[in-house]
Design a protein around this ligand. Sequence first.
Ligand code: UTP
Length: 287
Amino acid sequence: MKPVRKAIFPVAGLGTRFLPATKSIPKEMLPIVDKPLIQYAVEEALAAGIDTLIFVTSRKKHSISDHFDRAFELETKLAASGKLELLECITDIIPSNITRAEVSQLETLGLGHAVNCARGLIGDEPFAVLLADDLIKTSGPGCLQQLISQYEQTGQSTIAVQSIAAEESDQYGMIKPSSSDRKVLSIVEKPAPEDAPSQLAVVGRYVLTPEIFPLFDDLGAGSGGEIQLTDAIALLIKEQAVGYCEFSGRRYDCGSKVGFIEATVDYALERPELRGKILHHIRKSLN
Ligand code: UTP
């Protein structure tokens, strides 16, 4: 079984749920406390042993590659003024032994289309997909690490799922699980609650086998007029087993305002230097 070494970060979406903030700033650069969402996702991938990071970007996303580049002027100033902690947090966010690549998605035709844009860089290997706007906090191994561990046991594509409220199914890819062996029996994008096959929703972490790529060739637009990754996975299920992983951890939908604010509060409360002040502020506001 080939190891999972490469990860795709689709970051070419329009982020309409977060306008006007995302008119010129990519959603993935919105910070939770002081770190952009994309950096959390990259750190999760690196911790899971990924050594090749592939960003699927669009025209307006230069700030993402800037974020991972060196900033010599800033580094020089921080070094000269002895701000070594700050210097450390902006250098080598991505270690030098890690390969970083970018491919363009020329039109935002959907998540499936974005993943297929990276096809030439993946080749014949299993790979991970991480959606940075799904921020996943774990106390042990990260969510992607959990998926990779399951992939290493089964050799099957493995997708992250979590239970959601029934009325939210029309915001997610929803699966029908086979509870005995953690296999996905069927998957459908954004079904109405009465059509949802279960309450298990797909969240933004996937390990996929390369056999998914040819399935994009004849894939038309699906839900919302977009080329959906879910629809390609539905075709993959007909050819080979696909597993699901009910990961342990808390997921924040940072593409939504409520999820973003919840994450901001929770991550801030975990920082000893912020906790007291934030709690004081919340109590004052509630009174
Ligand atoms: P979303 O469904 O969250 O879409 O995409 P979006 O456009 O970013 O945000 P909203 O819904 O308009 O607010 C899920 C992920 O897929 C990427 C996004 O960048 C996000 O990480 N994506 C989506 C692409 O890279 N290309 C696309 O064509 C669509």
